[in-house]
Design a protein around this ligand. Structure first.
Ligand code: FES
Ligand code: FES
Length: 159
């Protein structure tokens, strides 16, 4: 079947098998390999992207379900000048990563959280990221990064 998805602002159209997952469309058709696959059970969150602005685990969505939608991956966050999104900058500044495998999904889940809740508490951050697993950091610096990113993210919101 033919599927057309706007990925990071670019229309990507391809003939894919009906069972093609969105994460495979993103990685193999759009060629954007930062979005990772860490499990086959919807449990790790490494594949998190934004689908029409909301975070989804892209291993649980068929590419066909996203036909006609907009997807944002971590590659699409930085602006055209290469300046990092505040969440990316905060993960860097607060050392919110070690091996980095979970990081694209963590960042996208955090962007989604801050879009819905611009001033989260620490508990709200921890709850929002429950579906994203990290085997390295112990989560403390990730939570610190999200809290640190909140003011700059609020400033970027449309009035
Ligand atoms: S790869 Fe999607 S949740 Fe683990
Ligand atoms: S930084 Fe290694 S899994 Fe999170």
């Amino acid at each position: 079947m033919k599927v057309t998805i706007k990925v990071n602002g670019n229309q990507v159209a391809a003939e894919v098998a009906d069972r093609t997952l969105l994460v495979h469309f993103v990685r193999e058709v759009a060629g954007l390999t930062a979005t990772n696959v860490g499990c086959d059970s919807t449990s790790c969150g490494a594949c998190t992207v934004l689908l029409d602005g909301k975070s989804v685990k892209s291993c649980t969505v068929l590419a066909a379900q996203a036909d006609g939608s907009e997807v944002t991956t971590v590659e699409g966050l930085a602006d055209g000048s290469g300046e990092l999104h505040p969440v990316q900058a905060a993960f860097h500044a607060e050392h919110g990563l070690q091996c980095g495998f979970c990081t694209p999904g963590m960042v996208m889940a955090s962007v989604s959280l801050l879009a819905e809740n611009p001033s989260p508490t620490e508990d709200e951050v921890r709850t929002a990221l429950e579906g994203n697993l990290c085997r390295c950091t112990g989560y403390h610096n990730i939570v610190r990064a999200v809290l640190a990113a909140a003011p700059a993210t609020r400033e970027r919101r449309p009035a």
